[in-house]
Ligand binder design. Structure first.
Ligand SMILES: C[S@@+](CC[C@H](N)C(=O)[O-])C[C@H]1O[C@@H](n2cnc3c(N)ncnc32)[C@H](O)[C@@H]1O
Ligand code: SF4
Length: 459
């Protein structure tokens, strides 16, 4: 464990999270509504045939000091009503440009903010619109991020009856002192009762989110939290490293006064929780995601068909091009990204006036699509077969390597540390290597600039 810790400390450098390639800080304002519309049209014939939908609900009744998400403190129901009407209008406008007769929806994800904090009538309205507009695939994954502060039996049954089959519960920590310090509401129900109700209601997947690196967390206290989670036995679990970016999220400064754990302590929390989870039978996915061996994500990792988008890991079956609705949401197409206005009121005004609300975006060149594929395979499956990726783009392995700026010397450090092996045109990352996979991915990013761009640390 000590050896692994030293290794992780060595590679704890600033770098992109690669939830997209190029990373979101490359998006620019020259990309406008009309660019989005032309890319929507081409998305019908390029890339995956599936449709994934993301719905952003930015509202929260109370703001957690650590939060790095795009949220807004509760607005009155009139504003929420206008917002929901805008989301519906946006869905209708997108659908005019999409082949909705031949393309099925395989994934719907509601994120936020706190999607389960708004009135049920709003959730029903948007769900009805999705069902009215699109053909939903038989095994579609329909997920919602929930804060347990608003979950009771009635709400859980309502969500299930609305069509959700996966639920992601933001636990963060079971320790109440930690929750109080970060200004987070407590769960409405005891967690054992909550997960039993979720299972009884017929949800096929339960995910728990945790964060390590918050004030008052210690290795021992976080271990207790993880042990409790193992007993409750969610299908998937994530331990997020607390991303401290106070230059971007001013409220996070409050946590500095309460005292943040040192990077060394933070790393021990990560390693210790990983040890507990792996020993209890969870499969590790990427750095900080875990799934039961029977879960689709664990199976996809074994078969090397794991994917990833802004909403997290997914399987090839459920992955589609993502059409994002609501403020700040990101539409993730085969050859472009388009992000909506982040500000709620600007978003509403622009949708009401123009029907679309693009704030910024990015159209990928051919070379960038190649890099995106290499980085995706690195981050998700830990295997990069340059020959095979070349064949997808009708180019040679040598050309792929040249496009991503492949240099033996950039990988030497990883090879020396036994983190990866290279055989001809195939690179395989070891289990330890997957823990610093962001660093390895950086070696295939010809546009990387860690000097000018401010990124969080890789661990
Ligand atoms: C939109 S929130 C989840 C939904 C719901 N609002 C909640 O808090 O339960 C998505 C997840 O992002 C994670 N998160 C938020 N801010 C973070 C930060 N600064 N660093 C790391 N993870 C963060 C939390 O674990 C959270 O559950
Ligand atoms: S963590 Fe969740 S509940 Fe807390 S402010 Fe962020 S989005 Fe809202």
């Amino acid at each position: 464990m000590e050896k692994l810790k030293q290794l992780l400390l060595k590679y704890n450098r600033q770098g992109p999270r690669y939830t997209s390639y190029p990373p979101a800080n490359f998006f620019h304002e020259k990309f406008t509504n009309s660019d989005l519309i032309s890319h929507l049209a081409t998305s019908n014939s390029n890339g995956s045939e599936n449709i994934s939908i993301y719905i952003h609900i930015p509202f929260c009744s109370q703001r957690c000091h650590f939060c790095g998400c795009n949220t807004t403190l509760f607005e009155n129901n009139d504003v929420i009503d206008r917002y929901i009407n805008c989301v519906i209008k946006e869905i209708q406008n997108y659908s005019k440009h999409l082949d909705i007769k031949n393309r099925k929806v395989t994934q719907v994800h509601w994120g936020g903010g706190t999607p389960n904090s708004i009135s049920r009538k709003f959730i029903t309205k948007v769900m009805n619109e999705i069902h009215k507009t699109f053909i939903i695939g038989e095994n579609a994954e329909i997920a919602i991020e929930c804060n347990p502060a608003y979950l009771d039996k009635e709400e859980i049954v309502f969500l299930r009856e609305s069509g959700f089959n996966r639920i992601s519960v933001g636990i963060q920590d079971f320790n109440t002192k930690v929750l109080d310090t970060v200004n987070r509401l407590h769960s409405k129900l005891p967690h054992k009762e909550l997960i039993e109700l979720i299972r009884e209601a017929g949800f096929t997947g339960v995910n728990y989110d945790f964060i390590y690196g918050l004030p008052y967390q210690t290795v021992e206290s976080f271990n207790e939290t993880i042990k409790q989670a193992i007993e409750l036995s969610p299908d998937r679990l994530v331990t997020f490293s607390y991303a401290h970016v106070p230059w971007f999220m001013g409220a996070q400064k409050i946590l500095e006064d309460a005292g943040l754990p040192s990077p060394d302590k933070k790393l021990s929390m990560f390693l210790s929780s990983m040890d507990l989870l792996v020993k209890s039978g969870y499969e590790q996915i990427g750095l900080d995601h875990y799934a039961k061996p029977s879960d689709d994500l664990a199976k996809a990792l074994k078969e090397k068909i794991l994917h990833r988008n802004f909403q997290g890991y997914c399987t090839k079956e459920t992955t589609g091009q993502v059409y994002g609705f609501g403020c700040s949401s990101i539409t993730q197409l085969w050859d472009a990204f388009s992000q909506n206005e982040k500000n709620l009121h600007k978003y509403i005004k622009r949708i009401e006036a123009d029907g679309f609300a693009v704030e910024r975006g990015y159209a990928l060149s051919f070379n960038e699509r190649v890099c995106k594929e290499v980085i995706n395979e690195t981050m998700c499956n830990g295997i990069v077969d340059f020959e095979q990726i070349g064949s997808q783009f009708a180019i040679s392995a040598t050309e792929v390597k040249s496009i991503v700026g492949y240099k033996d010397e950039n990988l030497k450090e990883f090879i020396d540390d036994n983190l990866l092996v290279i055989n001809n045109n195939r690179l395989e990352i070891s289990k330890e290597g997957m823990m610093i996979v962001r660093n390895i991915a950086m070696a295939f990013d010809p546009q990387l600039n860690t000097e000018g761009d401010k990124y969080s640390k890789t661990i």
